[in-house]
Design a protein around this ligand. Structure first.
Ligand code: GAL
Length: 362
């Protein structure tokens, strides 16, 4: 029975296989990401009252899934910062979309019916943004999207119609590039344990509903190639930002490709923590016979980078992003308005600066 379950599990796992190389069609996000920030122009605050007494303003926040550890850091910081700006705790309501768009759409409708003054939305499906925007704009409520960027056509609509809608996030191409650079900086001699002259890697991808997954995959490998390294993708699968799935996918790949796996790229730190466990279970040692990188700079991962248990990560600045999102909400409420795209920089994290990143996280 156990054996049957194991076979079933690995068959199910194979379904999530999206393949190596540039053809990521099965793992592509539903919508094309916005290639460039939509505009630097400020949106007029047509619908807002210009009343700046924040203590009476009601804020609705929708998070795609509470169990996501990066988004937990984000929402905690967002709530604390909103309170520090003068919002009352009882006027801030944060809902868990439970990774289900229908659930989240219902929550947005309830927020509209309750007459919230501003909405901050981390969509479950970024491809549902147009529907969400239409509902919220029709109700005359300003809207700040976070973390999962709507596509370029959608962002253009905000600008064309001069709606009070904006997106706050980082450009994931930068995080992918930084992951690749962390590995490339080690030099081929240090990476090429099997001596075939190539960087043999496995890729563990996040949920394709966030373009971060596609960009981090593409640009981490591109950075290796740009550094003049030849790459060999052994396995590329979707782990949905999840630690358990990351561990299982890494274990499977290590079982299949053994010592040929030289680098494990994970689109986020949760999956890197899972991969770290799989690497230890396989009797391999990060920094000695394999390398491992993630993104987010979770506290535990920064500690692992310091100890050498994880090669590196990239700081996905939830502090700057949550503050920008709250500031954008305030700008809509006071009538100041916002740009249609509000960006933020990632920071490369290696042994050299992991302690200072940890210190900045408090
Ligand atoms: C990414 C982050 C992931 C996950 C995802 C959710 O930016 O790196 O860990 O939280 O957002 O959409």
């Amino acid at each position: 029975m156990k054996k049957f379950l194991a076979i079933l599990a690995s068959t199910l796992m194979a379904v999530s296989l999206i393949g190596c190389g540039s053809d990521t069609s099965a793992g592509e996000p539903a919508a094309e990401p916005a290639a460039e920030p939509a505009t630097q122009e400020a949106a007029p605050a047509a619908e807002t009252s210009g009343d700046s007494d924040l203590s009476t303003k009601k804020v609705g926040v929708c998070i795609y899934q509470f169990s996501d550890n990066f988004m937990t850091l984000f929402r905690t910081e967002l709530e604390n910062y909103l309170i520090s700006l003068g919002f009352a705790k009882e006027n801030i309501t944060i809902q868990d979309g439970a990774n289900d768009q229908a659930t989240q759409t219902g929550q947005i409708e309830t927020f509209i019916a309750d007459g919230v003054d501003v909405l901050i939305v981390n969509p479950v499906n970024s491809s549902s943004a147009a529907t969400i925007t239409d509902k919220v704009v029709e109700a005359g409520i300003p809207l700040v999207y976070i973390n999962r960027e709507p596509d370029a056509d959608e962002e253009k609509r905000w600008e064309d119609n001069k709606w009070n809608v904006t997106y706050v996030g980082c450009d994931a191409r930068q995080s992918g590039t930084m992951q690749g650079e962390i590995i490339a900086d080690l030099g081929l001699d240090a990476i090429d344990f099997n001596g075939n002259g190539k960087v043999d890697y496995i890729m563990i991808e996040g949920d394709p509903e966030n373009v971060d997954a596609q960009y981090r995959t593409e640009f981490s490998v591109k950075a290796l190639e740009d550094a003049g390294l030849e790459v060999n993708c052994l396995s590329d699968q979707v782990g949905n930002w999840d630690q358990t799935q990351g561990q299982q996918l890494c274990a499977n790949a290590l079982g299949q490709f053994g010592n040929d796996v030289e680098v494990v790229f994970c689109n986020n730190d949760a999956m890197a923590l899972g991969a770290k466990q799989a690497i230890a279970d396989a009797g391999r040692t990060v920094g000695t016979d394999i390398y491992l990188v993630g993104v987010d700079a979770l506290t535990e991962v920064c500690e692992d980078v310091l100890s050498g248990a994880i090669t590196g990560t990239v700081f996905n600045d939830h502090i700057a992003q949550s503050h920008s999102a709250a500031d954008a909400a305030v700008n809509f409420l006071t009538g100041a308005g916002n740009e249609y795209y509000i960006g933020c920089d990632y920071v490369k994290v290696t042994k050299d600066n992991a302690q200072s990143i940890l210190d900045s996280l408090g």
